[in-house]
Design a protein around this ligand. Structure first.
Ligand SMILES: [Cu+2]
Length: 151
């Protein structure tokens, strides 16, 4: 067998292994990713629209960014008195062939303690880690405190 034939066989092996081990992150696309920057050391909120193109649910188990010391998934809810609360969410599932929006009234990323100064117009990368260990790296546009959701 020639070296070239051997290489072709190896390549086919690698490609088919990739297919059978398709990761959750490979099936999820992100759009409209941005963060709202607040003054001082106030936490920033991250918003993004996530679409799962697979027949199986994808679950985000953790978020991480070098731009903030702490990154979490939060959910905003309102109680009967109209008082709003934020609770931490351990796992965020994106059902099969569904879209989940992180938006100012619902889920958001809570980003605390910037590791370096940020300004509107900057872009930061946030890694979404899925339950199977795969990762989706999403660039988020930094927008000012008064920015409105354009989704
Ligand atoms: Cu929050």
């Amino acid at each position: 067998m020639t070296r070239r034939a051997l290489f072709a066989l190896l390549l086919i092996g690698v490609l088919s292994a990739g297919n059978t081990l398709a990761a959750q992150a490979d099936h999820v696309t992100a759009a409209h990713a941005w963060i709202r920057l607040l003054p001082g050391d106030l936490p920033a909120a991250g918003y993004v629209t996530l679409q799962n193109n697979d027949a199986t649910a994808a679950t985000i188990a953790a978020v991480h960014t070098n731009a903030y010391a702490s990154a979490m998934i939060h959910q905003s809810t309102q109680d009967a008195d109209g008082v709003s609360h934020m609770t931490m969410v351990d796992h965020l599932a994106i059902p099969a062939h569904a879209v989940v929006s992180l938006s100012p009234s619902g889920y958001h990323l809570m980003l605390e303690h910037a590791t370096h100064p940020l300004k509107p117009g900057d872009s930061i990368n946030i890694a979404l880690s899925f339950a199977d260990g795969s990762q989706l790296l999403v660039p988020f546009l930094v927008r000012p405190a008064n920015a409105v959701d354009t989704n």
